[in-house]
Design a protein around this ligand. Structure first.
Ligand SMILES: [Zn+2]
Length: 271
């Protein structure tokens, strides 16, 4: 075991129990492991601020077990926001903190059944983790979905962006912010796809993009999200050749920018 999921669970429970804006839900267990691994979904909302116009953001981390920086980033984010934040005037957040607990502990991409969960979102009978995420998402619609990943082969940060025609692009701005402090992958091709200044995006109108998605047999969570109506999907990829703390920082910089843009207010970090 390279990492402890129990540690993650403990931290999540501590943060939630001391917070009025964070609520932690157990959403079900994996089918393997002595008692199964419990999966969690978190809602961050400040009921002091009632507005019909709040934006709804979904954040997911840890679906690939050997990409732990996303999990670290969401833990730090939860600590920062646990006592409230101006951003919650205009944004509600649904968060999946660690979607592949077995892989997280084993330090492997796949889950306990040896499957890549981030290719199962179109399967009729996906593994329990994917089923539980899809159930958690059901009935909720999102303005933006953010997924936190890492790439062992990349010399720097990059991201995937998928959005409806009506949405402004955030990709270049996020890259600019991150490039002030960290390396960015500026290759013209990343993971077999055309990239432009660290941004990989499917070009075309919304209906053309939907058509491309329909042709794909295996869906990652981002394609599932877009197909179910999420307006804007961003997947961040951090390089693993720098320290964990810095990789988590990169994810947090992207997240802070996104919340600021969506909410129209500056999200200020506590000292
Ligand atoms: Zn990944």
């Amino acid at each position: 075991m390279v990492r402890s999921y129990f540690r993650v669970e403990k931290i999540l429970m501590e943060i939630a129990s001391g917070s009025e804006v964070i609520s932690l839900s157990e959403i079900g267990q994996t089918s393997y492991g002595p008692n199964g691994y419990e999966l969690y979904m978190i809602d961050i909302t400040d009921n002091k601020y009632r507005s019909e116009r709040k934006k709804h953001v979904c954040i997911s981390a840890g679906i690939h077990g050997d990409e732990p920086a996303g999990v670290e980033a969401v833990i730090r984010f939860l600590k920062d926001i646990s006592q409230g934040s101006p951003i919650l005037r205009s944004v509600n957040i649904t968060l999946f903190p660690c979607n592949n607990p077995y892989g997280y502990e084993a330090g492997q991409r796949s889950n306990g059944n040896g499957n890549d969960l981030n290719r199962e979102f179109r399967r009729k009978r996906p593994d329990a983790e994917v089923l539980l995420i899809k159930r958690g998402l059901a009935g909720r619609s999102f303005d933006l979905s953010l997924e936190l990943h890492e790439d062992v082969d990349s010399p720097g940060f990059y991201l995937y962006e998928l959005k409806k025609d009506t949405e402004a692009s955030f990709g270049k701005d996020i890259i600019n912010i991150i490039s002030e402090r960290y390396p960015v992958n500026l290759n013209e091709e990343i993971e077999g796809m055309r990239a432009d200044g660290g941004v990989i995006s499917l070009k075309g109108s919304e209906s053309e993009i939907k058509e491309m998605i329909q042709k794909r047999r295996r869906w990652p969570q981002a394609l599932y999200q877009f197909n179910r109506g999420t307006r804007h999907c961003i997947t961040c990829e951090t390089p693993v050749n720098i320290r964990m703390e810095e990789r988590a920082n990169m994810h947090l910089l992207a997240l802070e920018y996104i919340l600021k843009r969506l909410g129209g207010v500056v999200y200020e970090k506590k000292a």
